[in-house]
Design a protein around this ligand. Sequence first.
Ligand code: LHQ
Length: 263
Amino acid sequence: MTEEFVRVDRRPDHLVLTLNRPDKLNAFTKAQHAQLRDALAEARENGSCRAVLLTGAGRAFCVGQDLAEVDPRGAEGPPSLRDTLAHQYNPLIRAIRSLEKPVVCAVNGVAAGAGANIALACDVVLAARSAKFLQAFDKIGLVPDSGGTWTLPRLLGPSRALAWALTGEPVDAEQAAAWGLVWKVYDDEALLPEAEKLTARLAAGATAGLAATKKAMHLAMTQSLDRQLDLERDLQDELGRSHDYLEGVTAFMEKRRPSFKGK
Ligand code: LHQ
């Protein structure tokens, strides 16, 4: 039987994905990447899945690449990190960012290296009070990857982002919230129930509208106000003809809770 490096819990309208190599602090191997990629493809293709929750088993969220798998001291010499990024990390970040459904990340413990940047690529990041974030790339002579060089300056501003990456200092959950890296911090035992609650709420939302919001916010990072105004016009044009807009306005008028279909 294949080992379950990513546990997939299928709820009626969302998926809970748990990185599951707790003895290695959920460090990413090729096999774990493949399982996460499959799970995200399921989330994309399954119409009844309307949100995703990503978290880690044990005391860590994820400590990035499993360094034993890319050990440059091997008989064949240094591995191709180009291949590792091209075939494992880059497709993962693209899959999270392009998923037309909200992705919540519950950072349950340490998030280091690519593990930190994968968490920060998610749409809503929640953290346990004991969580800490580490870039860690400085310790092994590499550059922040998994979108870190793009995401960090945008989240933190260039000065903090650069100092954090250069020094590799740990950032605790409270600091991460103060810096705007995470949305909310919960006591450790409350993190998962709160993350589940939020994911279920998002899954019951107007999925097409949420997907358009995600897309527009991401595009805003790279384009002018003029282009953004045109984009908002186009998205609103399309959403204004959706079931969920009709339902949302009707529910408001009828003073009841809307029942969205995600369309
Ligand atoms: C690990 C790891 C790990 C394997 C802990 N690998 N086993 C992309 C593409 C290609 C190449 C390279 O990189 C990348 C992206 C990246 O992610 S680079 C950054 C990789 N990550 C790191 O450098 C972090 C390394 N880990 C640490 O610095 C520490 O483990 C932290 C500070 C995160 C936690 O420290 P502790 O709480 O003291 O735990 P520990 O060090 O005792 O770790 C527990 C176990 O997990 C231990 O195994 P063992 O069998 O001895 O009990 C570690 O060896 C293993 N582990 N990180 N990245």
